[in-house]
Design a protein around this ligand. Structure first.
Ligand code: UD1
Ligand code: CA
Length: 458
């Protein structure tokens, strides 16, 4: 039977104390709702509707075009939220998975287990439950004398003996579509919170004689709902471990998982080694046989094979094969570095191309530049790319040698094979093969220093 999903995500998330809607807070580099949607997709769901409300535009924007959107204007409760998806699912007749947008740790496997039980038992509703040491805050699952689910009671409505129950409602369900939406319309808001509780549907179904099942989740970490920043950090830690485990299973060495932070979106080739205190984020792709870290941060970077990055920061750039970077390099967005390039210590590169086999070994700033192949940039060389009004381009052609402590005042071009004398401030183009020197000649005055140094009087 076909499977659709509804994700409830209209709430504000008051306990996050944030101007950002709860479901957009990030876990391992992705909004928490994206993790939920990924699990749903991996579970084979074809059609998904997300119920949005608080800051619906920003949430909708973050969701992309793959899901349908239903807007719940007022947050009147979870039953009311689910009802908002009715229109989008009016031609749908299969089973509907209902998941909250604030459970980013849920896996496709667990969702599949829930659906399988639901289908096998031909249930009208199946609820995913969990046994928790501390069930505080969750709805409690009340079973009858035969162990069958009778109803779900919210914490705020529960009697003292019900509060002792440790089996809780995870907020994840599978429903037959048939009478779901009609039943939701019969739910009342007469309860402690004055809300339309989705959980009430369980008791309604039981009373109507419709089959209701429960699946107890095997891994309780998966169902943790995020309500505050502490739980956000807990979820981050669990998900981070999953990400690192997957990378290690794929042949990546992670020397110290406790101090390595890698987004779910990152790809890393086998035999690459990640040293401690490294943070790898966004759409970063790293090849094989690389050594990253210690203490490096890479965001949206493409890195080839056999590259070493030591104590450096690289943002939104592309690095070829057999490149060494750092220690203490800062590579800023829109930089493209070729193969077998060396970018050494205390070098900043911004929006520049560095050709194959070129070297920028020490203490340089290269901005808005096009550096050819086999170029050597001497220590302390900088491009003066900004004149206070606009940015200008420096071009250094293949095989040029830039002496140490050169200033390249852009716009300027150094031709192929040219040499720049150390300490030059180059303001005019230098022809290919030429020597460019721009510094005052050295003058030595004999005994001048001795004559100035009067012997100290006692
Ligand atoms: C709900 C369940 C509770 C369960 C818990 C699991 C109900 C009444 N209670 O409680 O049994 O143990 O989840 O985490 O369902 N939402 C809307 N619109 C609304 C209200 C909520 O979209 O009007 C969304 C929220 O954004 C959230 C989800 O529904 O993603 C759950 O809402 P929340 O208020 O967190 O419910 P809980 O009190 O945690
Ligand atoms: Ca919740």
């Amino acid at each position: 039977m076909e499977l659709a999903a509804v994700v409830l995500a209209a709430g504000k998330g008051t306990r996050m104390k944030s101007k950002t809607p709860k479901v957009l807070h990030q876990v391992c580099g992705l909004p928490m709702i994206s993790h939920v949607l990924q699990a749903i997709k991996d579970a084979g769901v074809k059609k998904t509707v997300v119920v949005v409300g608080y800051q619906s535009e920003s949430v909708t924007q973050a969701l992309g075009t793959e899901v349908g959107i239903a807007v719940q204007k007022e947050q009147l409760g979870t039953a009311h939220a689910l009802l908002q998806a009715e229109k989008q699912l009016k031609d749908f007749s299969g089973n509907i998975l209902v998941v909250c947008g604030d459970t980013p740790l849920i896996t496709a496997q667990t969702l599949n287990e829930l659906v399988n039980l639901h289908v096998n038992k031909e249930a009208s509703a199946t609820v995913l439950t969990a046994q928790l040491e501390d069930p505080t805050g969750y709805g409690r699952v009340i079973r009858d004398e035969n162990g069958r689910v009778a109803k779900i009671v919210e914490q705020k409505d529960a009697a003292a003996d019900e509060l002792l129950i440790k089996e809780i409602n995870t907020g994840i369900y599978c429903f037959k579509t048939d009478f779901l939406f009609d039943s939701l319309k019969n739910i009342s808001s007469e309860n402690a919170q004055g809300e339309y509780y989705l959980t009430d549907i369980i008791q309604h179904y039981v009373q109507e004689g419709r089959p209701v099942c429960a699946q107890v989740v095997s891994n309780v970490a998966e169902i943790q709902g995020i309500n505050d920043r502490r739980q956000l950090a807990e979820a981050e830690a669990i998900l981070r471990k999953r990400v690192l485990d997957k990378l290690m299973a794929g042949g990546v060495t992670i020397i110290d998982p406790a101090t390595t932070f890698i987004d779910k979106t990152v790809e890393i080739g086998f035999d690459t080694i990640i040293y401690p205190f490294s943070i790898i984020e966004g759409k970063t792709v790293i090849g094989t046989d690389c050594v990253i870290g210690p203490q490096s941060r890479l965001v949206d970077v493409q890195i080839g094979n056999d590259v070493k990055v030591l104590n450096s920061v690289i943002l939104n750039s592309k690095i070829g094969d057999k490149v060494t970077i750092g220690p203490y390099a800062y590579i800023r967005p829109e930089t493209v570095i070729g193969n077998e390039v060396k970018v050494g210590d205390f070098v900043e590169i911004k929006k520049s191309n560095i050709g194959n086999y070129s070297k920028v070994p020490h203490l340089s700033y290269i901005g808005d530049s096009i550096i050819g192949e086999r170029v050597n940039i001497g220590a302390g060389t900088i491009t003066c790319n900004y004149d206070g009004v606009a940015k200008h381009i420096s071009i250094v052609e293949d095989g040029a040698f830039i002496g140490s402590n050169t200033n390249l005042v852009a716009p300027v071009k150094v031709g192929a094979g040219a040499i720049i004398g150390a300490g030059s401030t180059i303001t005019k183009n230098v022809e290919p093969g030429a020597l460019g020197v721009a510094r005052s000649r050295q003058k030595n005055i004999e005994d001048w220093a001795f004559s100035k140094r009067q012997p100290k009087k006692d």
